[in-house]
Design a protein around this ligand. Structure first.
Ligand SMILES: NC(=O)c1ccc[n+]([C@@H]2O[C@H](COP(=O)([O-])OP(=O)(O)OC[C@H]3O[C@@H](n4cnc5c(N)ncnc54)[C@H](O)[C@@H]3O)[C@@H](O)[C@H]2O)c1
Length: 268
């Protein structure tokens, strides 16, 4: 089993093409927002003028991201160091952030860890830890935000899935199990939440060039695989995932719910 470190946040502007007036002043909560795709999602919402809160276990990266957004002239996001394996701490962070920013109109369940492991090496404890990061937080974050969304008369929940298990990716069977359950979470809640105009969707990235992915996995074989399997030749960047997330959180996504939206350059 390998445990890997997280990258430092580096904010260079999300540089999205679209502006969504409906996102201005919208309270948004993002899990795992201090690095990788989460940081791009946080940055993109902040650039749209949304009122953003995020949690992340990586304190330095989170502080750096908030500072960089502030230095770029944006409102600094609310953030807290929080290990999402601690459900009580996650739910307390959501409640505390809502007390400052208002009931959340959008929730982005982004946090995950794709640490590598083999079938043989996994113990029951390790299995439970993988689910505690990759599966359980989304459910309990939803449980926390839904009463506020009901008060608002609606909301948008976006669960980050993955095309990794769909393309039979190897080296992370527990991650694959957890990620395949994201569609079940989305589909299993869509009808009941929809009665209150709360939309819930899955966004499944392909292989996204986060700092972590580039440092750990983008070798010559990975490059060749990418060129062979993607339909589009260009690499997917974190901002490409943020584009889809913004659309689904905005009023332009008003009639989208219960679906999986892949941003994978045609890989899966
Ligand atoms: N990068 C890809 O190629 C890719 C592909 C498919 C799906 N995804 C999905 O996109 C989402 C984001 O992935 P990423 O590549 O940006 O991941 P990442 O590892 O680069 O970033 C994850 C963030 O979550 C934080 N985090 C990790 N464990 C935590 C914990 N216990 N408590 C709180 N925060 C914690 C990390 O510090 C980091 O900031 C995930 O849901 C992932 O499954 C990513």
């Amino acid at each position: 089993m390998t445990t890997t470190t997280n990258p430092q946040a580096t904010y260079a502007g999300a540089a999205l093409d679209s502006t969504y007036p409906s996102l201005r002043n919208l309270p948004v909560f993002v899990t795992g927002g201090g690095g990788g795709i989460g940081a791009a999602i946080v940055s993109a919402f902040v650039e749209q003028g949304a009122r953003v809160a995020f949690v992340d276990v990586a304190e330095d990266a989170s502080r750096a991201l908030a500072q960089q957004l502030h230095d770029a002239g944006h409102a600094a996001p609310w953030w807290r160091t929080c290990d999402v394996r601690d459900v009580a701490a996650l739910q307390a962070a959501i409640q505390d952030a809502a007390a400052v920013l208002g009931d959340f109109s959008a929730l982005v369940n982004n946090v995950a860890s794709d640490d590598r492991h083999t079938l043989e090496s996994v113990t029951p404890e390790y299995y439970d830890q993988r689910m505690a990061i990759n599966e359980r937080p989304a459910f309990f974050a939803i449980q926390s935000v839904v009463p506020g969304m009901r008060r608002l008369g609606g909301g948008s929940i976006i669960n980050l899935g993955s095309t990794g298990w769909q393309t039979k990716g190897t080296g992370y069977p527990c991650y694959a199990i957890a990620k395949s359950s994201v569609n079940g979470l989305t589909r299993g809640l869509a009808k009941s939440l929809g009665q209150d105009r709360i939309r819930i969707n899955t966004v499944s990235p392909g292989w996204v060039m986060t700092e972590r992915q580039v440092q750990l996995w983008l070798d010559a074989e990975g490059e060749a695989n990418l060129q062979r399997t993607q339909c589009l030749p260009d690499k997917i960047l974190p901002a490409d995932i943020a584009r889809m997330v913004l659309f689904l959180a905005s009023s332009d996504g008003a009639m989208c719910t219960a679906q999986e939206f892949k941003v994978d350059a045609g890989w899966a």
